[in-house]
Design a protein around this ligand. Structure first.
Ligand SMILES: *[C@@H]1O[C@H](CO)[C@@H](O)[C@H](O)[C@H]1NC(C)=O
Length: 298
């Protein structure tokens, strides 16, 4: 199966991109901060300051019309930002002495430059995005696997053939290759089948962790409003339950999922709702009946 391979490939690409991004964008990019300022690594603070003033005057865009000087001016300012502070200079020295510790160096760099709070937020967002990407990929894999399994089943093949015969009025030649028109038909049929596949729902962007997280305030607000409405309507005003809410109550006190509920046949469902099982005596009566029923069957 090619799909797991695709998944691993995508993972590898994500990791490599992350690695490249992390290792190139910190400190003075590929340049050496000391080289940019034209000082040695052992230069003291006043030497660094002097070098910076000299270069920033030289490259200042007001004084230097050369378009490259603007870039150099920014580079010099950035290098000075790093080297003027003892703590960040020490971090930088460590980073050039230990280039293999990419992740540790990057973490320290971002911590120094964006502060604790932003760092935690950025990590959270990054984590959510990476997890969501995996989630989406995983959903797609499961979904396409389920589809291809169904398509291999004899029941699907029979139905496809049946549909072809029906539409062509029995004229389809078994040996003929599938015509473009038939391809369209197959597409339609597979759409229908997709609806039947259980346990592998079509990947939905709304289900992704990142989106869920973004929508959290909205979801909580909706739930709160719903609870208040419910309380007002049924607890304060003592209104009778609407059919839909009665269904919800029944489903909840029977502890079954919406899917399981939908699989129960219509008349049984209506009967269950009319029993008002959310009232304790009714539920007890129902339980007794069910026990008797199962004994009778045995
Ligand atoms: C820095 O180094 C220069 C030249 O080596 C020296 O003249 C100066 O006194 C030093 N400054 C400090 C603060 O150590």
């Amino acid at each position: 199966m090619a799909l797991p391979a695709i998944r691993w490939f995508a993972t590898a690409v994500i990791l490599v991109c992350l690695h490249i991004h992390l290792s190139s964008a910190i400190y003075c990019d590929e340049d050496d901060c000391y080289d940019i300022l034209g000082v040695t690594q052992s230069a003291n603070a006043s030497e660094i300051k002097k070098a910076y003033y000299k270069l920033s005057l030289k490259y200042h865009p007001d004084k230097n019309p050369d378009p490259d000087s603007r870039k150099l001016f920014v580079k010099v300012a950035n290098a000075y930002e790093i080297l003027k502070d003892d703590a960040t200079r020490e971090q930088y020295d460590y980073a050039i002495a230990h280039p293999e510790e990419v992740f540790y160096n990057t973490a320290r760099y971002y911590k120094a430059y964006y502060g604790h709070k932003t760092d935690a937020r950025a990590v959270l967002v990054g984590l959510l995005l990476v997890l969501s990407a995996f989630q989406y990929l995983n959903q797609w894999t499961r979904y396409t696997q389920a589809i291809s399994m169904v398509k291999k089943s004899p029941a699907y093949k029979n139905r496809l053939r049946g549909m072809q015969l029906e539409r062509s009025g029995g004229m389809t030649n078994k040996k003929k290759a599938i015509k473009p028109k038939d391809m369209k038909m197959e597409e339609e049929l597979s759409k229908e089948l997709e609806l039947q596949i259980k346990g592998a729902e079509k990947p939905s962007l709304w289900e992704l962790l990142a989106i869920r997280f973004l929508l959290l305030p909205y979801t909580i607000g909706k739930l709160l409003l719903w609870s208040i409405c419910w309380f007002w309507r049924y607890k304060v005003k003592k209104a009778p339950y609407t059919w839909d809410d009665a269904r919800y109550m029944t489903q909840r006190c029977l502890r079954i999922s919406l899917d399981a509920w939908r699989n129960i046949d219509g008349s049984t469902r209506d009967d269950l709702i009319q029993r008002r099982l959310w009232e304790k005596p009714n539920m007890e009566k129902y339980m007794v009946e069910m026990r008797k029923e199962s004994k009778r069957r045995r």
